[in-house]
Write a protein that binds this ligand. Sequence first.
Ligand code: DGL
Length: 277
Amino acid sequence: MTAEHTPDDGSFMGRTVGVFDAGIGGLPIARAVTRSLPGVAISYLADSGRRPYGPQPGATVARYVRQAERFFADQGVDVWVIACNTASVVAPATDERLVPCVDMVEAVGRVLPPATAGRVALLGTLGTIVSGAIPRAYPDHDWVPMPTEALLRHAEEGDASSPAVADLLRQLRHELGRSGATHAVLACTDYTCILPAMIDALPGIALLDPLDGAVQAVCDIVRSVTTDATPTAAPESPGHELSVTGHHPVDIPALARETYGLEFTTTATVNIDLTES
Ligand code: DGL
């Protein structure tokens, strides 16, 4: 079991958590981490110039993940989270990481019910579903894999109230009903953008959000590396940094501020292709 630790002053000032996603899916994880670890700084990397990841070949996405890892290693973060299921399934965390890492495959395991609880629908991008990585990681569960690529393309553009989303959710409800699933794992961080609509549209299905598992895992690591003796060359308040690799249809700083209460003090456009060794 990982050591639980909170410094005497209750502050994680001087600690930095890297959060990586193709776009906006990591923002709720970043918000939850800042709430659980007061004083922690977030370095958020959105690979907005190369999204969406869902339809891209696994080997290509795996290369993006290696580049993100190098980026966070250069930044000197304490831990980083691959806040993207499509990226996590092609590059699950290993002990060889340059920086301690949490991925969404591990996070799913933290929110799964017992294998006897019933059929579990696995909702995600094409890449996540085709990889088969999550059912392979949890083989005792009775999985029903269901890609929802079209729904996710709307979700990541903040399109929650569009008629297209309502139609796609009606279809999903029908498919879930036919499948006999009692639970559904939201194996794409972008579902958070349309979560209230999903809860309304899918009554009777227990929706499991691995976001909570990812946040727990990040907090465990940060607490385990933080001791009272840890020198804190800390600023007055943590500065959250946003790095993007290109245009995103959503104004990420505004969404972060207005929806998640997360204020980025700097925004930079970066080319992480240059960071791969
Ligand atoms: N947020 C990513 C995930 O959790 C997917 C986004 C994309 O397809 O670009 O899978």
